[in-house]
Every structure is written in C-alpha cells, then in structure tokens.
Design a protein around this ligand. Structure first.
Ligand code: SF4
Length: 358
C-alpha cells in the first residue's frame, strides 16, 4: 500500500499543483517566509502579502536591516504578529550567526526564533530534501481519513499516528513534493466539509471513505465557549494631532501602535471606563466626546466589541506608564504606523471624516 498510495498522490500533484509563487523557487529564505506566513492563514490571503514582502525584503539581509515598524507594517492584516517579529529576529540571527545562510539541519532550524518543528520540517524537506513529514491541518485531516484514525484533534495520540503513518509512506528522496502534495490534496480535494472523494486520486486507499466516515474524520475536539469583551479606545486630540501608544514588547499585538484604552469592568459605563483606563495607562484626565464607531473583531481565544470616542485632555500630560512609547502624530500620517485590525479601522474612519479636533 505504501508505495502505491504515495505514487498516485505524486502523479496527481504533478498534473494538478496550483501555481503558487513560492513553488517557483528553492530559495531557503523565500520558503521560510512562505511557510511562516502560511501558518494559520489561507493561501489566497498569503499570496499578495508574500509578493509584497519579497519586493520589500528580497533577501535575508534586507530583512535583517529593516526596522521593526517597517516589518510590522508589511505584515499588517495577516494577524499573529509574533510571526513577523520572530521572522525579523531570525533574519538577524541568521545574518550574525550563520553568515546569512539558513541552516538545513532540523535541529539548527528549530533554534531560530519562531521556527517550530512544522516550519523546520517544511524548510528541511522542501529546500534541502530531508526525508521528514510536515504535518499541518491539511495533512492531519488527510491522514485521519486515509487511515480512519478516530482520536480527536489536539490529542497526542492523533499526532503520533499521523506522523508515524505518513513517515512510513514517505517516498525517500521525494519529501518536498510528497508533503506539498498532501497539503494540496487537503486544500483542494480532501477539504473539511464535503470532500470531493469521487475525484480523489487516493480514494481506493482511503479507509474512512470505505466506511463512509470521511465527514467524521478527524474527530473534532470539543470547543470551549469563546469569551467576549467590551472595550473602549480614546482618540485624544491636541492641536490637530492624535495620541498613539506603542504596545509592550511582548504579548498580543506586541510592538504595534494603538489608540489607548482598555477593557470595561462589570457595570461600568463607556465614558467612565475609558476615563479610568486613560488615567491608569497614561496618568491623564480626558473629556470624552462624540463616538467615532463600534468595531467587532475575533481573536484566537476571545471576541471584542470596541467603542472608540473622540477625546480631549482635561488635566495632566500623558505619559507612557504602560506603553513602550507614546507619540502625538498628524492624523494624515497614521498610515505609517503598524496597527492591529481594529485600530486600523478607527484610523481609516478618522481619515474618512477628515476632521481635526482642537
Ligand atoms: Fe479525503 Fe475522500 Fe480522498 Fe479519502 S477519498 S482522502 S476522504 S478526499
């Protein structure tokens, strides 16, 4: 079975592989960038970001010498910003420690910031031809169906079986194509809902299909309810400029710029909550004015509804008590500052209104 399943899959891949920009190169840096961008992000979303990134930072050295703001701005909208910061750090480390050459060894690769087993295996297999399997959500789904594995997603037993079965079936010397073929099958044919089994090149080997259980594999893990937070933000105006705060160097959206504010406490009004947050965060008193908008966003582990208000100072000068830095900026220059999704929406609304508060 092993050889036949892999052969059919590889033949299918040769004829059906999508034309993706990172498939036109074996440049280790380009593959590293694409693999990091593809973590938790859809291919269609990644393509324009990848192309823009490679224009801005075509080599590992060009990325190493870029500023953090330039890097975060180029990543803005892709989410999971620690990926960008780690890639930037990894580029600097590769230039300093490895003379700009990305190592091909799995263990060395995993020492780089933000490079876990998955990314290391992808680079080692695709670029350097190492005989290792690369397990992402697509490969996990295909394996769970192909071998009818009934352990739930997230369980170590599922991971172990997926790795083992795929490693046994990996055709030596063809790891790059084999891994990409599995991912391609998962993305285009063996999709999460209603897999296209009738046109699947490995249908005759698929154990879940034989039992009619393909929709039940992989077994889903029980989802916890996602918490929802009410949050406020202040667009504080002074002499035609607005105040931005740079988030701390670690944690969610680290190093990104935002309008100051924070979570409302139980039973607190928007106005009081915002005034309290600004006093805690900046040591200043504000007057809360007109509402700019209501914004919704889902992060990995929680959802947010944010209320943004025009504000003015009413006592004290703001200080960066919790932020890395604060800065008064002309509203026309907001585009230059890397921001999370909600803060970018607020910025765009301010620019659309085209108004300047006192
Ligand atoms: Fe997936 Fe269906 Fe192919 Fe099995 S037969 S691998 S379930 S697409």
């Amino acid at each position: 079975m092993a050889g036949a399943f892999a052969r059919q899959l590889l033949d299918w891949y040769q004829k059906n592989a999508r034309n993706l920009p990172w498939r036109e190169t074996k440049d280790p840096y380009a593959i590293l960038v694409s693999e990091i961008m593809l973590q938790q992000t859809r291919v269609d979303t990644v393509v324009p970001y990848y192309q823009h990134w490679m224009e801005l930072f075509p080599t590992i050295t060009s990325l190493a010498i870029a500023t953090e703001d330039e890097v975060l701005r180029a990543w803005e909208g892709l989410g999971y910003y620690s990926r960008a910061r780690n890639l930037h750090k990894a580029a600097r480390e590769i230039v300093q420690k490895y003379a700009g050459v990305i190592p091909g060894n799995l263990a060395e690769l995993q020492k780089l910031p933000g490079v876990g087993l998955y990314t290391a295996a992808a680079v080692a297999a695709i670029v350097y031809g190492a005989d290792v399997v690369v397990v992402d959500a697509n490969v996990r789904r295909v394996a769970a169906r192909l071998f009818n594995i009934d352990d739930p997603v997230g369980s170590p037993t599922l991971e172990e079986q997926v790795h083992q079965t795929m490693q046994v079936n990996l055709p030596k010397g063809e790891a790059g194509d084999f891994n990409q073929a599995l991912m391609e099958l998962g993305a285009c044919v063996c999709v999460p809902h209603k897999p296209a089994c009738t046109v699947c090149p490995i249908q005759s080997f698929c154990m879940a299909y034989k039992e009619g259980k393909q929709e039940e594999r992989p077994v889903k893990k029980i989802k916890k309810e996602i918490p929802h937070y009410e949050v406020t933000a202040a667009v504080i105006w002074q002499q035609g400029r607005v105040l931005l705060a740079k988030r701390p160097a670690s944690g969610l959206l680290a190093g990104m710029w935002e309008f100051p504010g924070g979570k409302l406490q139980m039973g607190e009004s928007y106005v009081h909550g915002l005034m309290r947050e600004i006093q805690e965060e900046l040591g200043a008193i504000i007057e809360v004015g007109e509402r700019i908008g209501i914004y919704h966003h889902s992060y990995t582990h929680y959802k947010v509804t944010l209320y943004a208000f025009h504000c003015t100072l009413n006592g004290g000068q703001p200080e960066a008590l919790e932020a890395q830095e604060i800065r008064w900026v002309e509203s026309e220059t907001l585009q230059q500052y890397p921001m999370g999704k909600i803060d970018r929406m607020i910025s765009q609304d301010i620019l659309k209104l085209g108004r300047k508060m006192p």
